[in-house]
Design a protein around this ligand. Structure first.
Ligand SMILES: N[C@@H](CCC(=O)N[C@@H](CS)C(=O)NCC(=O)O)C(=O)O
Length: 221
């Protein structure tokens, strides 16, 4: 198999999604850190922009292909390395799982993205507390929908007793919510599934605090 390189950042939730998917599929990869803060943000270097014109992580490199966007990357991995699959065979279930992931990917995540928070800070003078209020406001709406979907569909994991791509999206969402002090107490299903996922090796190894670029003061064993 040709080498797979994942350009990513320990704390990036979109990178975290892809790391989980790679681990669940037992795919070996080279971890290439891209520091989003140091040196003005390494994502803005011309070498990195040549790989990812959005100047974002993650980017996956494989067989001459450089692919950005975590959803596209995970679907690519699913098609290149179908076993074990992260998407159930049942078409309606797959539809519901994609709906679940898309709510996190296209609604929730962009509202807490670094460049959006930087804009709020630099253009509108937001301090940390105001940024957290902003995130909390929007996250409550998306989390409530996620909780409702889990109520109807969950088993041991998000959609039944098999881990699916939905779990790859949920766990990083919880990590980011906790990072920004979002109140998660109303979302018992989310918290329960998250806790169960975090017991699995694939999720443990992908955790932001266990990566090679995790700062020493945040590292966990
Ligand atoms: N939709 C993209 C979003 C990627 C993204 O926003 N990544 C963030 C980190 S989680 C980033 O690189 N931000 C850099 C910046 O805002 O300057 C994906 O799913 O891959």
């Amino acid at each position: 198999m040709s080498k797979i390189i994942l350009y990513n950042y320990f704390r990036s939730s979109t990178s975290y999604r892809v790391r989980i998917a790679l681990n669940l599929k037992n795919i070996e990869y080279v971890y290439q850190p891209v520091h989003l803060i140091n040196n003005g943000g390494e994502q803005f270097s011309s070498a990195y922009q040549a790989l990812n014109p959005m100047s974002e992580v993650p980017t996956l490199e494989h067989d001459g292909l450089a692919l950005g966007q975590s959803v596209a990357i995970i679907e690519y991995l699913e098609e290149q390395f179908p076993n074990p699959s992260l998407f159930p065979k049942d078409i309606q279930k797959r539809g519901k799982i994609r709906q679940f992931c898309e709510n996190i990917n296209s609604f929730l995540h962009p509202l807490s993205n670094l460049k959006v928070l930087k804009y709020l800070e630099q253009t509108h003078g937001y301090d940390q507390k105001q940024k957290e209020e902003w995130i909390n406001h929007w996250y409550q709406k998306g989390l409530l929908a996620s909780e409702t979907w889990l109520q109807k569909n969950m088993g041991h994991y998000c959609f039944g007793d098999q881990v699916t791509v939905a779990d790859c999206f949920l766990v990083p969402l919880v990590f980011t919510s906790e990072r920004f002090n979002v109140d998660l107490t109303p979302y018992k299903n989310i918290l329960n599934v998250n806790e169960r996922c975090l017991k699995l090796e694939a999720f443990k190894h992908a955790h932001p605090f266990r990566q090679i670029d995790t700062p020493a003061e945040l590292k966990i064993t």
